[in-house]
Design a protein around this ligand. Sequence first.
Ligand code: KG4
Ligand code: ZN
Length: 338
Amino acid sequence: MPVILAIESSCDETSASVCVDGEILSNVIANQTIHEAYGGVVPELASRVHQQNIVPAVQQALLNAKVSKNDIDAVAFTRGPGLLGSLLVGVSFAKAFALAKNLPLIDINHMQAHILAHFIAERKPSFPFLCLTVSGGHTQIVLVKDYFDMEVIGQTLDDAAGEAMDKTSKILGLPYPGGPLIDKHARTGNPDAYKFPEPQIPGFDFSFSGVKTAILYFIRDNVAANPNFIQENLGDICASVEKRIATILLNKLKRAAEAYNIKDIALAGGVSANTGLREGLTNLGAANGWNVFIPKFEYCTDNAAMIAIAAYYKYLKGEFAGQEIAPLARMPISPLTP
Ligand code: KG4
Ligand code: ZN
């Protein structure tokens, strides 16, 4: 019955979770609003807010789980990838806590954790499965052979899908983070109103920089002709952008599923909260006889519950880290991939 305290601090969410024997008992997420004014995450500010939030987040997670500090068997944390200063706060906290309580440490790869979030739910995918992992920093199709045996079979050559969402929202004058706002406005618009190009990239790789430039020129030209173009057509623009990004992702995922003859297909990462992408994958899965796995909203964007569940499986394997462990800004999902 291991009781695991898990910490996530890789970007701009400070999160703490308690997991008992593979069951998540709490998942506290402190969002940082300070970055809104800057149109993106400011790393130095993120680190400072993590420092303020981490102790209250852990205290709340223990309280919600009705677990005392003395009940904890291991402390887990995100080692990377992420912003180094942000990671450092979580890693230092976990190390200090473990040292004070004489507990083992468990280091977790953030991208593996996004995928392992699927093991929180009752209904779990079977190995091997494919996972489309789409976040602010990553866009990958991952062949998941086992809990910690993952292979990236396709990835973005330039921007991540979340970045494309966030940059589009910036062009539209919407505040950061733009993904959820694109989603909100898309619900009121026609996804077929405007057509943006689909890049022709070989294999299972992606590219979003061409689409981003096409969107930029499209908005610029239309605003030059009509200064109210954005306000008058916000729903249609967001719906069309969302549809193009979702179809780029899903067309590649379909090709990968066919090539690897895999029917268990999962979605992970912050962009998996997107309504159009969730609906698109559900429909594609129904048409192709897939077993589709989409995380609950609270486990899509960054959270410590996914770190806790990943740590539970590492605990069962007896894999622990020592006090010398340091965070890594770059950390591949598997040691074999670049
Ligand atoms: O996984 P995540 O929380 O952080 C990273 O590890 O990057 O992903 C954040 C990304 C941001 O780009 C955000 O705009 C996007 O996920 N996102 C969404 C939605 N919710 C979050 N994009 C589209 N629709 C959403 N509903
Ligand atoms: Zn993430």
